[in-house]
Design a protein around this ligand. Structure first.
Ligand SMILES: C[S@@+](CC[C@H](N)C(=O)[O-])C[C@H]1O[C@@H](n2cnc3c(N)ncnc32)[C@H](O)[C@@H]1O
Length: 324
């Protein structure tokens, strides 16, 4: 098969809001775009097809994803280079590659379908597998390490912070009472039993617990601000940065990093005027996040929670003077 932007032979992951993402990044100036979460390479392939003036540096912390991306992007030759790295090391990776500046960056956050659908990765409450959840299975603590060793209060705080879980205290108490855990099915069963019947109606009772654990294991919220800031700092010319997020905790961080880079500083107290900001280095490409079309949401249920935000770097003569 030639390189292209169709679903690909392994249907590793269906890229979300692909046309909207490519519309943003294809207008980046000539150079290299860093896809900080290259996954199966779906967004990357679509971008390279549309924008012959761009190359792609793809990062992923999951070696399986890099294998799928290598297969998918093989036909683009030396326009593509792929690297096993977490995006919080983005600046270092770009420096080592001799590409300190880039024309664009893309962060498509969260997990891929391939990660969720493989029982042995331990991400899914629907499939029985080891309680792992590491995106990079070569390092770091597993979900089992956390549920078997964290104290009850720490578990409850994590469930609330990472997934807005309303039943956090009940679930944390049930986890402590039933540990040790080794498998996803064991944990999903104990969580389901801990959640009162009315709270089970909207979605699977273990959905938020699994989300919270995955975020904790992979330090997803902890590293996002640093990575986005580095991505923006490395833009050159009228470069662009696009981010797809999938839950409110992520979107809050994206919005705040983007607004700060756009020179907007929230007022110190509600009702007061905004505090004087630092100089804007980017403009927001739209004040509100964009969401997928109805048809995409019905065709791909994993797209339903997606929000897309983007910024464009301001050239030196577009930057406001003396505003800090
Ligand atoms: C939603 S998928 C990306 C799919 C991709 N856009 C595509 O079209 O196939 C998210 C990917 O980001 C990777 N990932 C998550 N956190 C990461 C991090 N901190 N550094 C690098 N990759 C990360 C995951 O391993 C996963 O492969």
């Amino acid at each position: 098969m030639t390189a292209g932007s169709g679903p690909g032979p392994r249907a590793f992951h269906l890229p979300v809001m692909c046309r909207e993402v490519v519309d943003i990044l294809a207008e980046a100036p000539e150079g290299v775009v860093v896809d900080a979460t290259v996954g199966g390479g779906g967004h990357g392939a679509a971008l390279l097809d549309r924008a012959p003036h761009l190359g792609l540096i793809g990062l992923d912390r999951d070696p399986d994803a890099l294998g799928a991306a290598a297969e998918r992007l093989a036909g683009y030759g030396d326009r593509v280079s792929l690297h096993h790295a977490s995006f919080d090391a983005l600046g270092d990776v770009l420096d080592e590659l001799g590409h300190p500046q880039v024309s664009g960056c893309l962060f498509d956050l969260g997990v891929s379908s391939a990660q969720l659908d493989r029982a042995e990765r331990g991400f899914s409450y629907r499939l029985d597998g080891p309680l792992d959840m590491r995106m990079d299975p070569t390092s770091g603590v597993t979900a089992a390490d956390i549920v078997n060793h964290a104290d009850e209060r720490t578990l409850a705080v994590m469930l609330r912070r990472n997934a807005d879980e309303r039943q956090a205290r009940r679930i944390a108490a049930a986890i402590v009472a039933h540990r040790p855990f080794a498998t996803t099915a064991q944990l999903a069963r104990v969580v389901a039993e801990a959640v009162p019947a009315p709270a089970r109606r909207r979605s699977h009772p273990a959905r938020r617990t699994f989300q919270a654990l995955r975020i904790e294991v992979n330090r997803e919220l902890e590293i996002l601000e640093k990575a986005l800031t580095a991505g923006i700092d490395r833009l050159v010319g009228s470069g662009r940065c696009a981010v797809l997020s999938y839950h409110s905790g992520e979107d809050r961080i994206v919005k705040s990093v983007f607004r700060r880079a756009a020179g907007e500083v929230p007022p110190p107290r509600p009702g007061l005027p905004p505090a004087p900001g630092s100089k804007a280095t980017v403009r927001l490409m739209g004040r509100r996040s964009r969401t997928p079309s109805e048809s995409e949401m019905s065709a791909n249920h994993r797209a339903r929670s997606a929000r897309l935000r983007a910024v464009q770097r301001l050239s030196d003569d577009q930057r406001p003077q003396g505003d800090d």
